[in-house]
Ligand binder design. Structure first.
Ligand code: ADP
Ligand code: MG
Length: 238
């Protein structure tokens, strides 16, 4: 589904992502881990077209998409959430998701179809789909769900989820992890899930890639990640 090869992103003289390579198979959930500042969000931004890679290749189902714009990657089937949710706070949940559906379809759907996709996405994210409620009243967990609903409303083949656990309590983290698993199991959506903490992520993902200072330091199963000395060092210090 996704092949990232030698992906590099430099900001001036600083290399935030350094020759990162990994692949994600159709229907897989890959955990992309690493401490704060290790280059996870920058990697997502390069894949999703929010940033232009300095070097390397990104292939989606075999087609080169490196250097594409965010609009293009969205229409090709990449949905992504942002680490910091910025919904339209004055709009209802349904309106927020409907706008995302229009965006994902490049405007080529009518309002009824956009609302149908929006309602489906809100239900998947366990938010009310008939809501008169605006995004104003949402807490951390609600905002994360709306972020997910907006990405799902674009009907992605590949979902990039950036820090879905940020600001959540333990129970909410478990729910968020189960939700991502359900999205994969029920819809067959391939997922790359970024977190800076391992926690519940390890119970849901099929494989793990760990970044440190912009470079891949580990690839393996969740069980192998828990046994790996390098990974422990990055997370706990030497
Ligand atoms: P993560 O998501 O793993 O916490 P990021 O990808 O956000 O890390 O950031 C990786 C590194 O790149 C950090 O040192 C960060 O300060 C730097 N960085 C990110 N975006 C920019 C930018 N637009 N300009 C300069 N430096 C950036
Ligand atoms: Mg980040």
């Amino acid at each position: 589904m996704l092949q990232v090869e030698g992906l590099t992103k430099r900001f001036g003289g600083f290399t935030a992502v350094d020759k990162v390579s990994f692949t994600v198979a159709q229907g897989e959930i890959l955990g992309l881990l690493g401490p704060n500042g290790s280059g996870k969000s920058t990697t997502f931004n390069c894949i999703a077209g929010t940033l232009r890679p300095s070097a390397g290749s990104v292939r989606l189902a075999g087609a080169e998409i490196g250097g594409s714009t965010a609009d293009e990657t969205c229409r090709r089937g990449i949905g992504r959430t942002f680490q910091i949710p910025r919904p339209f706070r004055g709009l209802t949940l349904l309106e927020n998701a409907t706008l995302a559906a229009f965006y994902g379809a490049g405007g080529h759907i009518d309002r009824a179809e956009a609302e149908r996709r929006a309602r489906d996405a809100l239900r998947l994210a366990q938010l009310p789909d008939d809501a008169a409620a605006t995004a104003h009243g949402l807490g951390a967990a609600g905002l994360k769900k709306l972020e997910l609903a907006r990405a799902l409303a674009t009907q992605p083949k590949l979902l990039l989820a950036d820090e879905s656990l940020g600001g959540l309590d333990t129970g909410e983290m478990r729910q968020a992890a189960d939700m991502l698993k359900r999205i994969r199991d029920e819809r067959g959506i391939t997922i790359v899930w970024v977190e800076h903490i391992m926690g519940v992520l390890l119970s849901v993902v099929d494989r793990v890639v760990v970044l440190d200072h912009g470079a891949v330091i580990f690839r393996g199963t969740p069980a192998e990640a828990q046994e790996d000395a390098r990974v422990a060092e990055v997370y706990l210090g030497p």
